[in-house]
Ligand binder design. Structure first.
Ligand code: CDP
Ligand code: MG
Length: 734
């Protein structure tokens, strides 16, 4: 490349070249480029001019694998070249020829709908174009993403392209992690975080442009944002609003935004051969791994992308692939397995973007994050088992669960498209052509129509939006679901009987959490155990990745885990014990290893805990602690979760109290063998049956004491001898 010649140093290059073989290079990855830094002892190399103390530094760099290697005398020169190189790269994206026309359209119109194929450069380039055109002088350029991993990775990429440190001019904000500063002018964030920003800045005054990206995903937060940003354009004529999407529903967005013009970026697409299975697959995990191996052995070079429904499946597939290729050594080409899912630590996320070395093949195991949010170059083969994990909600029972469901036709087409971005490709659908035609829905139902709306209703109420029935929804949620949410918030004490936000509700809305968790936090004040509850809250927010259970040491791992359950205290209190003991060892990594605890998850819990503690201070809740008063801790939990109560049946299963439904305690729970009479659970998961995950034992009297709006004595009377103490009737914390 021409750009690189400016930074070359031919003389040094030759000398360093002689050296290159003997040194262990330190490797850095900048975008697609690999930089290697090497150093040698001065005494062995007197004739070098580039001396840094006792060492000679020289830098070897290749822009792309297989391209010419360059040598540089300074780190700075190498980096400067890469920045130039990246600017050249930007010009090759499909969006680049439309840069001026796009900026023109943005000048002329306040709201613009942008449609372009995944990978055309919408997310990474448009905010930069706007910055280069001067919008950042007036205010920040914001860009929302439905997924945290996408927000982080795109921000990192744009920071690189601009040659700035992530968190300075370019930053991101996701729940529990704010990587921005006063100097930030391009800000990527999850759609959920922008919703929260409305609470402190209802007119988005600090922004000159807001780009609602990946609009086709139609997440709950994005759908609510549509209504809020549309409203802002009415009283802030100078703000620019961009709605960008990858698929062909631009017309619908345009209609919703009062006929906003549509800007189409023609994509480059290569043909993708679509192959179906002849008969339905009984086990798609097995079928997918077999297909990976078949492609690897029989097909020409090109990377593979496989879609799974979640972390567990991805880990299982990784295990199977490693197992089956073990020992094959030189018989087959190298296979580089890269998992990608929402909870994957950020240092491991970068791996999927690294260029595949000559002769090897990359296999990306992804959730539907790789459907449109992330573009991975070099994918030639896509394997689509045809499933994804989807939230589903029954307003009748008030139960929400994650269910593995067939994807829609639109999603399947997106997945296939990933194979044809840089050259012709193939997509292996692990289902029949018949089932694609006849069994799959055309489009995915927007999240707003299949989720609990408690969170969103609380948020809208705190923004002063009271008339939810007439909120400007693109697709309104079922009326029943809205009513359910109002009813639940009323039972929690967040709304009064006129549907207005209470003081308690206002405090709850400060927390970026589910209303039930927020209620539990606020209630901890009354029960004088805020320190314990904030820890439990943080541990629950990390998800189910605290305990580690390696295949070859399952018995040890299970024993270690059961230690925390001593006394059958219940899962929430076991989590509290884990955290407190870790804290006592001064957050020791070694301790985590010994106890089969994931240190990464613990660190995340600590970060979340710190953040929540700050928020507690904001709502003026004093730190209080009484670790031995387990009853108070459980009552605080029950204050948030009295909805989730179940009672033991004669046959060993449980029945939920209101809207009866049969459920069981998840085998991973410390109480799965204990079977207490009355339990409160954190969540339901549907696998082979409906399981309660994270369970504590409670006394039924507490329900009437804690939630008198919701439970009457008759609901818990068959509990036997326990009678509610007199005079202890109302115990809301309003
Ligand atoms: O948003 P859209 O799908 O239109 O494209 P993009 O995300 O802006 O991606 C443009 C290019 O940047 C693609 O070639 C990606 O592979 C690349 N990219 C990258 O290398 N690393 C990232 N973290 C994000 C994007
Ligand atoms: Mg994008």
């Amino acid at each position: 490349a021409v750009a690189s010649d400016r930074y070359r140093d031919p003389e040094h290059e030759e000398k360093a070249n002689n050296f290159a073989e003997q040194e262990a290079w330190e490797k850095y990855q900048i975008g697609k480029a690999t930089l290697k830094f090497g150093a040698a002892d001065k005494k062995n190399s007197d004739d070098y001019e580039y001396v840094f103390e006792d060492q000679i530094e020289f830098i070897q760099a290749s822009i792309m694998p297989g391209s010419k290697v360059h040598y540089f005398s300074t780190h700075k020169a190498a980096v400067a070249m890469f920045l130039d190189e990246m600017q050249e790269d930007r010009k090759t994206l499909p969006i680049f020829p439309y840069r001026e026309r796009l900026l023109d359209a943005i000048t002329k119109h306040q709201v613009l709908v942008i449609e372009g194929e995944t990978g055309s450069g919408k997310t990474t380039q448009i905010p930069q174009y706007l910055h280069e055109a001067g919008y950042s002088k007036v205010g920040k350029i914001g860009c929302t993403q439905p997924r945290r991993v996408a927000a982080m990775s795109v921000a990192a990429r744009v920071a690189q392209e601009m040659g700035v440190k992530l968190g300075h001019e370019v930053g991101y904000s996701i729940r529990f992690e704010d990587c921005t500063s006063d100097t930030t002018i391009i800000k990527y964030m999850t759609d959920g975080m922008l919703l929260r920003e409305f609470l402190s800045e209802p007119d988005l005054a600090s922004y000159s442009v807001m780009m609602v990206d990946e609009a086709h995903e139609r997440t709950l937060s994005t759908d609510i944002l549509f209504g809020l940003v549309k409203d802002i354009t009415r009283f802030r004529p100078e703000i620019k609003l961009l709605i960008s999407s990858a698929t062909l529903d631009a017309g619908k967005f345009s209609d919703y935004f009062d006929g906003a013009p549509i800007f189409r970026i023609p994509g480059r697409r290569f043909p993708v051969d679509i192959l179906y299975t002849k008969a339905p697959e009984a086990d798609y995990l097995e079928a997918a791994t077999v297909t990976v191996l078949q492609i690897h052995v029989t097909q020409p070079p090109g990377d593979i992308l496989v879609f799974f429904t979640g972390q567990e499946e991805i880990e299982a597939a990784e295990e199977i692939l490693k197992h089956r290729t073990r020992g094959l050594g030189s018989k087959i080409a190298e296979m580089i397995i890269c998992p990608i899912y929402a909870n994957l630590p950020s240092d491991m996320q970068a791996k999927i973007f690294e260029e595949t070395p000559e002769g090897a093949r990359k296999v990306v195991l992804a959730t539907n994050i790789a459907e449109t949010s992330l573009t991975i170059d070099g994918i030639k083969y896509v394997i689509d088992p045809g499933f994804c994990k989807q939230k589903s909600y029954s307003p009748r029972t008030g139960m929400e669960s994650l269910i593995i469901t067939p994807v829609s036709k639109a999603a399947a087409q997106q997945r296939a498209g990933r194979a044809g971005r840089t050259s012709a490709g193939k997509c292996f659908r692990l289902y029949t052509a018949w089932s694609f035609q006849n069994e799959m829905d055309d489009n995915t139902v927007p999240e707003i129509q299949r989720t609990n709306l408690g969170n969103v209703v609380l948020m809208l109420k705190s923004l002063g939006i009271n008339d939810l029935i007439n909120f400007d929804f693109m697709d309104p949620p079922p009326a029943e679901t809205l009513l359910r949410a109002l009813e639940q918030l009323y039972a929690l004490g967040a709304l009064n009987d006129r549907g207005e936000l209470t003081k308690l509700g206002r405090r709850m809305a400060e927390f970026p959490l589910d209303p039930m968790l927020s209620k539990m936090l606020v209630a901890s004040d009354k029960y004088l155990c805020s320190e314990e509850i904030v820890t439990i809250c943080a541990m629950l927010s990390v998800g189910n990745s605290i305990f580690y259970r390696p295949k070859d040491k399952q018995v040890h791992a299970d024993n270690a885990r059961m230690n925390f359950h001593a006394g059958n205290v219940g899962d929430h209190l076991a989590l509290l014990k884990v955290y407190d003991q870790w804290k006592e060892t001064n957050f020791s990594t070694q301790w985590c290893y010994e106890n089969y605890i994931q240190v990464r998850s613990m660190k995340r819990a600590r970060d979340i805990r710190d953040q929540l503690e700050g928020l507690l201070e904001r709502v003026e809740i004093e730190p209080t602690s009484n670790p031995s008063d387990l009853e108070s801790i459980k009552k605080a939990i029950t204050s948030g979760y009295f909805y989730h109560t179940a009672k033991l049946q004669k046959n060993g299963s449980y029945r939920t109290i209101k809207n009866p439904q049969t459920v069981s305690i998840h085998p991973s729970s410390g109480l799965s063998q204990v079977l207490p009479r009355w339990v409160v659970y954190h969540e339901l998961v549907l696998t082979t049956k409906e399981y309660m995950r994270q369970v504590i034992e409670i006394k039924p009297d507490w329900l009437v004491e804690i939630a008198p709006h919701y439970y009457k004595l008759k609901d818990v009377e068959d509990a036997g001898a326990h009678k509610m103490p007199k005079g202890k009737g109302k115990a809301t914390i309003d």
